[in-house]
Write a protein that binds this ligand. Structure first.
Ligand SMILES: [Fe+2]
Length: 198
């Protein structure tokens, strides 16, 4: 078994605690979290990653400051992410060049558990998304179910349903394959997410 990268265990524990704090017992969110965090009890393969920031990361300090002033659960997750972030490689979504501006330079993803990532493993993907103010993250879908923890203001949408605003520390559960999107308002959007690939 390989040891986890610096700070990664603290982030995983804080992420798990943030989901447990809000997920209703017996809910699909709780069931997905149980699968994901049981798997993460066994570390995957640690891989070297060249840290990299993007222009959008200029919004990170403001988002983290705001999150660290929130309740203890959100503040702990924000602190853990802030400590881990210097080790991460930020990137844009795969189709971002096709989507174009302002999305292209208005978002950044740090994807750090999953195939070929800082912790390489096949069955769980985990990371963080950051968006500049007033950016739409376009509709996307994927077979794995997904849980977001909001670390900032921001809105989420599934299919053509009304936009929802989970609030600081709020959860969004995306069942497998559902079309979903998110958008930031006047503040940067910061959210942690995990996917159960199985
Ligand atoms: Fe997603």
């Amino acid at each position: 078994m390989t040891a986890r990268a610096p700070g990664l265990q603290a982030f995983i524990d804080a992420f798990h605690a943030a989901i447990l704090a809000r997920a209703a017992p017996g809910s699909p969110t709780a069931a997905a979290a149980a699968r994901i965090f049981a798997a993460l009890e066994v570390p995957g393969e640690a891989r070297p990653v060249e840290p990299r920031r993007l222009g959008c990361c200029a919004h990170l300090a403001r988002a983290l400051d705001h999150a660290q002033a929130a309740d203890a659960v959100v503040a702990r997750l924000a602190r853990a992410f802030g400590a881990l972030e210097p080790h991460l490689a930020w990137s844009v979504r795969g189709n971002a060049h096709d989507v174009g501006e302002p999305f292209l330079s208005g978002h950044a993803n740090a994807y750090f558990i999953g195939p070929g990532q800082l912790e390489s493993r096949p069955e769980v993907m985990l990371g963080v998304s950051l968006m500049a103010p007033h950016i739409n993250y376009p509709y996307h879908d994927h077979p794995p179910e997904e849980i977001y923890v909001a670390l900032s203001p921001g809105d989420w949408q599934q299919n053509a349903d009304p936009w929802v605003t989970p609030g600081m520390g709020g959860l969004v559960y995306n069942p497998p394959g559902i079309r979903h999107a998110m958008r930031s308002g006047p503040a940067p959007l910061l959210a942690a997410w995990c996917l159960w690939v199985g």
